[in-house]
Design a protein around this ligand. Structure first.
Ligand code: FES
Length: 232
């Protein structure tokens, strides 16, 4: 994507976000990282229309060891007002892509930082409800049963999680139909994550675990990334 296309895409995202500003104003601001183009496993730019609706996709951003869920919810995800556990309000801008249905969230649970590894994932998006009385199409963490609504900025619907999953902001370039990650919004937990899993990450990922992702990030279905996706 050339610079002009990227800026146009950002402007379009900003207009959508501006419409979402809550009446009380937002306190938490987006945390910018280097823009990273999402690519498929062959290394080609991922086209938003090729995403299968309601399927778990995974990429790593903004660091090489920090996983992110990418989802096409199959219907528009509207802007939504949220707050962190420290009561910092923010306006999640909603979905992007041709149908405003593509969303991305850090896959690190906001409760005790459970995350998908190559061996196992206790957290994932579910097409059908995992608990009686709770709606379908949620991100569910089996560790202690926190449930997040990806259509509403990953708001917590049930369980002990104290705040939404941190959102990863995307721009969509309409002509090429590509997606670029460029920032996070909400309660980042990366410092806690690296502290808690330092030893494991050094074994699993190696010395590049803390390194910022640069240029491109490969998107895979969770089922291909992870050998055992737990369905509790
Ligand atoms: S770690 Fe996810 S609910 Fe406790």
């Amino acid at each position: 994507m050339d610079r002009r296309s990227f800026l146009e895409s950002c402007a379009s995202g900003a207009a959508w976000a501006a419409a979402a500003q809550p009446a009380f104003g937002a306190d938490a601001r987006a945390h910018d990282y280097a823009p990273v183009l999402l690519v498929n496993e062959q290394g080609d730019p991922l086209q938003a229309r090729r995403l299968k609706p309601l399927v778990n996709y995974l990429f790593h951003y903004p660091f090489e060891a920090t996983p992110v869920f990418l989802l096409d919810l199959g219907k528009p995800a509207l802007p939504h007002s949220l707050s962190t556990k420290d009561h910092d309000a923010y306006a999640w801008p909603g979905g992007v892509g041709p149908g405003h249905s593509v969303v991305a969230y850090s896959a690190i649970c906001a409760h005790k930082l459970v995350y998908p590894t190559r061996e196992v994932s206790f957290i994932s998006f579910r097409k059908t409800r995992a608990q009686r009385g709770v709606q379908d199409n949620l991100i569910h963490c089996c560790a202690d049963h926190s449930q997040y609504d990806p259509a509403r900025g990953a708001e917590v619907l049930s369980g002990p999680a104290p705040q939404p999953l941190c959102a990863v902001l995307l721009t969509h370039e309409p002509r090429a139909d590509t997606l670029t990650a460029y920032a996070t919004l909400g309660g980042e937990l990366f410092d806690d994550f690296f502290r808690k899993y330092e030893m494991k990450l050094s074994l699993d990922v190696g010395p590049t675990a803390h390194r910022a992702v640069a240029g491109r990030a490969v998107v895979r279905e969770l089922e291909k990334f992870c050998r055992n996706s737990i369905q509790c």
